[in-house]
Design a protein around this ligand. Structure first.
Ligand code: FAD
Length: 574
């Protein structure tokens, strides 16, 4: 397996150390940003990545008994700065804020790297014995504050990095299932399956830096979910190392054996145990994957097209529909067009043709990226079925260009947040899901809430929305937003106000608090509203029965008051 696939992420941003796409070669990006944020010119690059030497962490607690027990199991306890820093959080706005400031308010006191299920089990058992909190750590890619290493009881906190538990254990071609260790990062998992001609087909945008265990623990959704399903559809069984011992959730194609225990593990956010293995559903590698673009005049007509595709079975592998603003941002990512005068003239002719024949206004259209997989013939058949529906709703074929550029850059886009931060522009996302009936209403209300929060704080902001996961009954809506740094300060408070406004808009207008980013600490204030006090009590009882001393990722899956949420170290109410 290539070491490249196993590289840890930088502690202050996205991607492996030294790896970032070149955003400076996109001649349309800054003109778009400066226009939208009413800037006279591209700002100076202000915030270079922080220096490891100057970053401060709280002092580490120690526990001799725990270290001795780990040594007996052959597990080293790492308490060095680099290890603690790399596991001090995920990639939520708050996590990045602290990392960029170089002042980390809470970090694990130590880090373990178990190599197999037995070592993970020993770590959990000894943590319970020594009354130490333990946090399962996958790729560290979560964006909701799931890894905040704070314990309200003030106990020592240890992060258990699972990424060395990453092997394919067995593959059954007849049943199309594989037994996979859960610390495998996306690339590591796919490489092992692809080598035998198979795929899992789960590709979140964070694919390269997230793990199977993390996907299960956060109820993840990948970009091919319309065809393959989300992680709950792809996970068939799981093994957890819990404080009470090993919990093996068996795999059957279906079962009527009372309540479904697999559902408890999905979305458990490390609060029940360390997932060390999963039985996953796999498919043969497709012969090919083809990407295309379509343009719609309005988001609402694109929505209708996707809905009809989903409800009639004519669904593409991917349907990613962006609204006007999100489309304009995507267009601004195109590189300087090479190829000389003839190529440029051909592109201009194609653009004029699309504008005239399809009635598309390029300054405010909605781009839909679609993909199909299978043999050439299968792709053509699926494309033709979807195209009929797109045309019915005014969709105009924009060729393979936009689709291919999406396919090439799909894992580069997450780097944009770090790049903009360097120039004093703060960006983040919030996402939800709702029924088709309510989708356009919710989109408009959430965007209005974002715009209003910029206005109320006198901020120069930008927001946009795209749809990326669809079902027969509804779809997810993904909101991106950004604002120009307020030089008078108060930027973290600005961020909280904006985040609260959009999440409140979801809660008030029929949207879930998250379609696939989970709860963590960032969405915890909305949890009780969504699950009801009854649901919270049931979840508490399950947690207590599996983890009576609350050592597993303490404070998660708990409601949070606004005061705690806004505090530097959010600690859930006990
Ligand atoms: C730029 C960006 C793009 C993203 N795109 C997507 C996307 O397209 N789709 C999507 O679903 N999400 C996306 N995410 C969110 C994130 O990648 C997912 O939440 C992912 O599933 C987290 O996996 P991880 O391995 O990084 O988990 P971590 O971040 O390490 O942990 C997340 C939570 O899972 C728990 N956990 C991790 N591993 C285990 C384990 N083995 N056993 C028990 N608990 C465990 C942790 O304790 C924690 O509570 C994105 C995030 C970013 C920053």
């Amino acid at each position: 397996m290539s070491d490249n696939l196993q590289k840890p992420m930088k502690w202050w941003g996205w991607g492996a150390e030294g790896e970032a796409p070149n955003f400076e070669n996109k001649p349309h990006l800054w003109p778009y940003i400066t226009r939208h944020l009413q800037l006279k010119e591209k700002p100076q690059r202000k915030a270079p990545p922080p220096d490891l030497e100057t970053v401060t962490l709280p002092p580490a607690k120690q526990n001799e008994k725990f270290s001795a027990a780990m040594a007996r199991c052959g597990l080293q306890v790492f308490a060095g700065k680099e290890h603690r820093l790399a596991h001090a959080g995920g990639k939520s706005f708050r996590d990045l804020w602290h990392a960029r400031k170089g002042k980390i308010p809470c970090a694990p006191d130590a880090v373990l790297y178990p190599q197999n299920a037995e070592e993970a089990a020993a770590a959990v058992a000894e943590a319970q014995e020594c009354d130490i909190a333990i946090i399962p750590f996958g790729g560290g890619s979560n964006i909701a504050g799931c890894l905040t290493p704070a314990d309200a009881r003030g106990r020592m906190v240890v992060a258990a990095d699972t990424t060395k538990i990453n092997r394919l254990l067995s593959l059954n071609e007849k049943s199309q299932i594989a037994q996979m260790q859960a610390g495998a990062l996306g690339g590591v998992l796919e490489a092992q399956l692809n080598a035998r001609g198979w795929t899992f087909g789960h590709f979140p945008d964070s694919f390269l830096h997230s793990t199977l265990g993390g996907w299960i623990a956060t109820r993840s959704a990948g970009m091919q979910s319309d065809e393959y399903g989300c992680i709950e559809n792809l996970t068939a069984g799981a093994t957890l190392q819990t404080p009470g011992g090993v919990w093996n959730i068996k795999h059957f194609p279906r079962s009527a054996a009372a309540m479904n225990m697999k559902e408890l593990v999905l979305g458990s956010e490390g609060a029940l145990g360390i997932i060390t293995e999963a039985v996953i559903k796999i498919r043969p590698l497709p012969a090919r994957k083809l990407f295309f673009g379509y343009l719609f005049s309005e988001f609402a007509s694109g929505l209708e097209a996707v809905r009809e595709c989903l409800q009639t079975g004519a669904k593409p592998l991917i349907s990613r529909l962006s609204d006007h603003n999100r489309t304009a941002l995507s267009f601004s990512f195109r590189e300087a067009s090479g190829g000389g005068a003839i190529k440029k003239a051909m592109a201009a002719i194609a653009k004029t043709y699309i504008a005239k024949s399809g009635g598309i206004d390029f300054s405010k259209c909605c781009l839909m990226i679609v993909a199909f997989e299978g043999s050439e013939k299968e792709c053509a058949k699926k494309h033709s079925a979807a195209r009929r529906i797109f045309r019915k709703y005014g969709g105009v074929f924009a060729g393979a260009g936009p689709g291919e550029s999406f396919a090439r850059g799909k894992f580069d886009f997450p780097h944009i947040r770090d790049y903009l931060w360097d120039y004093g522009i703060y960006a983040d996302v919030s996402e939800t899901a709702t029924e088709w009936e309510n989708a356009e209403n919710l989109r408009l209300r959430a965007l209005a809430a974002l715009e209003e929060s910029f206005r109320a704080r006198n901020l120069r902001g930008w927001c946009g929305c795209h749809l990326s996961h669809s079902y027969r009954d509804g779809a997810s809506l993904y909101f991106s937003f950004a604002f120009l740094r307020d030089e008078n300060g108060g930027n973290l408070a600005h961020y909280f106000a904006i985040k609260r406004a959009v999440q409140d808009a979801f809660a008030k207008n029929g949207g879930t608090l998250s379609h696939h980013h989970s709860v963590g600490t960032d969405h915890a204030p909305w949890l009780e509203n969504e699950l009801s006090p009854f649901g919270i009590a049931a979840m508490d009882a399950i947690k207590k029965s599996i983890d009576p001393r609350a050592i597993m990722n303490p404070g998660k899956l708990r409601p949070l008051s606004w005061e705690r949420w806004r505090a530097d170290i959010p600690l859930a109410e006990e």
